[in-house]
Design a protein around this ligand. Structure first.
Ligand code: CTP
Ligand code: MG
Length: 234
């Protein structure tokens, strides 16, 4: 089957603050979201990339020019929704309406993760043949974890079985669309694709990636992402 990508960029970056949403800020001269799209636009196994933007930005004519789509894989962007899961769901619906098959794979990757390595993407793609229940990039937790009670430590949490979930996360397109629709209908809070699939009883494969695949969330993350990109080029 074919492999698609959905890149949700429909957020407002409330925690980051400032005027312009973080996905548009410049990193080494290119918008954060252009970096996030880069790995997918240039990948021979990815058929098409569905970008999801804030509804107010859809009318802008200048979005495509700065995204560096040399291979023509970037599909016309669509408007997102109130929550990340809504934006992803709208991107999936668009792919299905445009002729993608329910059995095709889709990789969902945050626009706010500009430091994804090609080798990690390749590792995830390579795992799909053995991942009928989907797969995601992730990394075991490194720090000692504390459970809090009113600002004091209640206990130390056993960390050996805990992983941090990154993106991209890969699932069969139709199953993911149905799981997100079900979560929305039931009012379940899902913060990533895997959590929606877990609710359906799926047990996605954890694929160990690199910790430099950070999500730009707070202002201090932007210079960090710039330094990571520089280090990756060396
Ligand atoms: N996102 C989206 N639609 C939303 C909310 C988020 O497409 N309604 C996207 C963001 O643009 C981002 C990714 O989902 O690329 C991860 O979300 P997050 O880091 O939380 O971004 P924001 O929601 O924009 O930031 P915040 O939560 O601080 O407001
Ligand atoms: Mg958010």
């Amino acid at each position: 089957g074919r492999i698609w990508a959905v890149v949700p960029a429909g957020g407002s970056g409330r925690r980051f603050g400032g005027g312009l949403p973080k996905q548009y800020l410049l990193l080494h001269g290119r918008p954060v979201l252009a970096h996030a799209l880069g790995c997918f636009l240039g990948h021979p196994r990815i058929t098409g990339v569905q970008l999801v933007l804030p509804v107010a930005d859809l009318a802008r004519e200048d979005w495509r020019a700065c995204l560096g789509d040399e291979t023509g894989r970037l599909l016309p962007p669509v408007a997102g929704g109130a929550e990340r899961a809504d934006s992803v769901g709208l991107g999936l619906q668009t792919l299905l309406e445009q002729g993608a098959a329910a059995t095709d794979w889709v990789l969902v990757h945050d626009a706010a993760r500009p430091c994804l390595r090609r080798e990690d993407l390749d590792l995830l793609l390579g795992s799909l043949a053995d991942a009928p229940q989907g797969a995601l990039l992730a990394l075991p937790v490194a720090d000692t974890l504390k459970r809090e009670d009113h600002g004091r430590v209640l206990e130390t949490v056993e960390r050996s079985a805990l992983w941090r979930a990154f993106t991209p996360q890969a699932f069969p397109l139709g199953a993911l669309a149905a799981a997100l629709a079900d979560a929305a209908q039931q009012g379940w809070k899902v913060t990533d694709e895997a959590s929606a699939m877990e609710r359906q009883g799926w047990r996605p494969l954890l694929v160990r990636g690199h910790g430099d695949n950070i999500k730009v969330t707070l202002p201090e993350d932007l210079p960090l992402a710039a330094a990571i990109l520089e280090a990756q080029w060396k």
